[in-house]
Design a protein around this ligand. Structure first.
Ligand code: NDP
Ligand code: HSE
Length: 435
């Protein structure tokens, strides 16, 4: 056991940071033994000191100025647990430049500015740990970088947003309304400060972008190079349809690589999964990450993907690594992959099977027109059903397709959106193939 006491400062003392504080305080003796060193919960920066918190922090340890922590030479480790991409970025860079080891759960800032953060850590002989940024309590970053170092990953996919999984599970089980369920998710501490990050798929996109970087060494910008859609458009009819076919709808984040062409395709969208896929059976706030490696084959990792304690577990693991690093253990490079040849796939190169739902007038000729628009794009229909609509004079048309390209579906949907025999844009789900 070293004599030095490692001092930890927190930027942000919300849901996650309070979990870390609570567990490190409660289990001091155990954690000291496991870390091989003593530690001190030295300071915490918040927006409002006067706010009531779930942990008791002495007033003299609280500040509203992050630089009270960054510029304190006695502080060794800075946990950035405030979120956001602007102040959080500046604070992270300043902390690394001040020689701190930084621990973060902030997937948004890593996805946006990870390259600069890792570069700053490296050029200052520092270290940046970010296990909690992907899949909450599942140590998937360690698994990918260390446990599965032998592998190239042709397919990574899974459920990476706890909030959406919680909402989909409750909607399906209880026929609950979206509004009642999101309120519970918020109360449980799952939801981002900006909840559209969760619901519209961006949070999962940030996470799959980080996994893609770790696996393939390239940064994928979700707003430019990823298909991203969230769970807002899903209706109970879709869930019922999926159930009839022994399937379930999940928000799936994925990155696939064609090893022959080097083409990478990354996406976040709701997809229909067969119940035979273990991922389809991962419910509530749980996340699942399926990693297919060329050496190991497929592995699937499941655990709570959001919430105070699950996330605190990952942050504390990083604090252990930060202390090990400060005791002389070298830090791992951010990505194992240095210069892998890859490029982003075009939508013409990516083929899947699709489910399309359309709201149409209940009159003759509509079906033929829709089918003709799909055929015009070379889309072959596998199954077609007309379902009763709650409004007189309207009907739901549900199609599934044989394998077709993303590009063809996009063109067909654009055409159908403009047609006077379809009320709204067709709603699209991918039919997920697990292998
Ligand atoms: P919260 O909103 O609960 O907490 C944010 C904290 O940061 C608050 O204490 C807030 O202060 C403080 N803060 C915000 N802006 C500033 C600022 N400009 N200066 C000083 N302090 C500031 O967020 P979470 O704990 O839920 O999330 C923190 C991070 O962890 C985010 O990056 C999030 O994406 C990530 N994360 C969250 C998970 C979860 O389940 N909640 C899971 C995995 C990752 P005050 O309390 O005074 O308002
Ligand atoms: N809001 C995120 C989620 C928190 O629901 O998954 C965990 O990253």
């Amino acid at each position: 056991m070293q004599n030095k006491t490692f001092k930890i400062g927190f930027i942000g003392m919300g849901t996650v940071a309070q979990g870390v504080w609570k567990h490190l305080e409660k289990s001091f003796e155990t954690m000291t033994a496991r870390f091989g060193a003593k530690y001190e919960l030295a300071k915490a920066c918040v927006r409002y000191i006067s706010k009531k918190r779930g942990v008791d922090i002495p007033l003299e340890k609280l500040t509203e100025n992050p630089y009270d922590i960054i510029n304190d030479p006695s502080i060794d480790i800075v946990c950035e647990l405030m979120g956001g991409t602007t102040d959080a970025f500046d604070i992270t860079i300043s902390a690394l430049k001040a020689g701190k080891v930084v621990v973060s759960a902030n997937k948004a800032v890593i996805c946006k500015r990870g390259a600069e953060i890792f570069e700053t850590a490296q050029s200052n002989n520092g270290a940046y740990f970010f296990e909690a940024s992907v899949a909450g309590g599942i140590p998937v970053i360690k698994v990918l970088r260390e446990g599965l170092v032998a592998n190239r990953f042709s397919k990574i996919y899974g459920i990476l947003n706890g909030t959406c999984n919680y909402i989909l599970t409750r909607m399906e089980r209880e026929n609950a309304s979206y509004d009642s369920v999101i309120a519970d998710a918020r109360r449980l501490g799952y939801v981002e400060a900006d909840e559209s990050l969760d619901i519209d798929g961006w949070d999962a996109a940030h996470k799959i972008s980080i996994l893609a970087y770790l696996a393939h060494g390239v940064w994928i910008d979700p707003s430019k190079d990823m298909l991203v859609s969230g769970i807002r458009g899903i209706r109970l009819e879709d869930m019922v349809w999926a159930k009839e076919f022994d399937c379930r709808i999940k928000l799936i984040a994925s990155v696939r690589k064609n090893e022959e062409t080097g083409a990478l395709f990354a996406a976040v969208y709701p997809a229909i999964l067969p119940l035979t896929d273990v991922v389809a059976n991962v419910n509530e706030v749980y996340n699942a990450v399926s990693l297919t490696g060329d050496v190991v084959g497929r592995t699937v990792h499941i655990g709570r993907g959001a919430g105070q304690d699950a996330t605190a577990s990952a942050v504390i693991a990083d604090i252990a690594d930060a202390i090990a690093y400060l005791q002389g253990k070298p830090a791992r490079p951010a990505s194992n992959v240095v210069a892998e040849k890859s490029r982003m796939a075009t939508l013409e190169e990516v083929s899947d099977e699709f489910y399309l739902r359309m709201e149409v007038p209940d009159r003759s000729g509509v079906l033929a027109s829709v089918a003709s628009d799909l055929a015009g794009e070379g889309i072959s229909v596998e199954l077609l059903q007309q379902r009763k609509h709650e409004t007189e004079g309207k009907a739901w048309l549900l199609f599934t397709t044989h394998k077709t390209t993303e590009a063809a579906i996009k063109r067909a949907c654009e055409k159908l959106k403009k047609a006077d025999y379809v009320f709204d844009e067709p709603f699209v789900l991918r039919i997920w193939k697990s292998e």
